[in-house]
Design a protein around this ligand. Sequence first.
Ligand SMILES: [Zn+2]
Length: 358
Amino acid sequence: MAKIVKIKSMGNAAWYKDKIADSRIQKKLPERDLKLFLKKRTIQARFFVLFLTLSLFLFIYCRTVPPINKSGTTALQTAVVPEENNKSKDPIVHTHYPVPALENLNAIMNLNYPGDQLQGVFWGEHDFNHSVYLTFDDGPNLSEIEQFGTMTTVSESILDALKYHGLQSVFFINGKNLEYSNSHEKDRLKEVLMRMINEGHLIGNHSYHHHNLAQGIFNNGLNDSEEIGREFTLTQTVLDEILGFSYPLVLVRPPYAEPGRTRNLDQWLIQERQYLISLQFDSYDYAYKADGRWNEQGIMNRMSELLDDDKKGGVLLLHELENSALMLPDLLDKVILEKGYEIESMESLLEKKYGRES
Ligand SMILES: [Zn+2]
């Protein structure tokens, strides 16, 4: 009986039809799923390819475009990363800086420096062809001052005045002024130093502590060339640390300029192929007293007389001091430029004196 029932049930047409239909449905469903699956996968794949393309683009973009710094300019325009420290003892330095801002430094480093005598600009020189060369000692100075109704700093006020007239200067800095106690102070120092570099000025070395080297302060009253050298190499070290790259300080003015020279210092400078930059005009801006003899008008009058007396020009000593910064616009407008002097860059003077190594 059981067998018959089975045959009967299997022979049932309706059951068979249903079975066929079921099998068709079962065959069709996976096909539909597969298409859906593939469709989904295609969309995902497209998104994945799009994501990969965007990632690749971003990667290439980040590798080729330099980061933007605080002032809104790119690193290629501002940061300078020489491949090596160029303070070589080889008088002919052929390393070229790719950034226009350091062309002036590069020009000096490529000058011919005969190794047997000290090179530079000295007190006794007179032939400057009616040009003035500006120098500011004892900075940088980030003390706040108010000028033209706005708050700024001494260094930045000087930079603003020079930028307004399109002039170049040398800033002879002291290493002790590069000391900082937190990252904000370090950033501010770097910002000002980078402005000096990027606005075409030169940074020179005015020693670390501003001791009078000629008074024999080292080694129990004896001038020791190693100790004297350290006063300058230490400034180089702290400058490079703040900048994040090496900026060779090849221009040196000892504290108190010519009276601060010593034989050991001269020997050290020759050995290091560095230039001593003395002066022809002392502005006496450091002697400024609001109610004393050397008030601003007194300094202006004195500068006016000095420039009248010696029409040959020369290197002018100023300082990164509050009163100097406040006086500078008038000193430029009403005295130096008014008298018809050209204000030229230090590298142009050194190039005239020493010529380029061909
Ligand atoms: Zn000084």
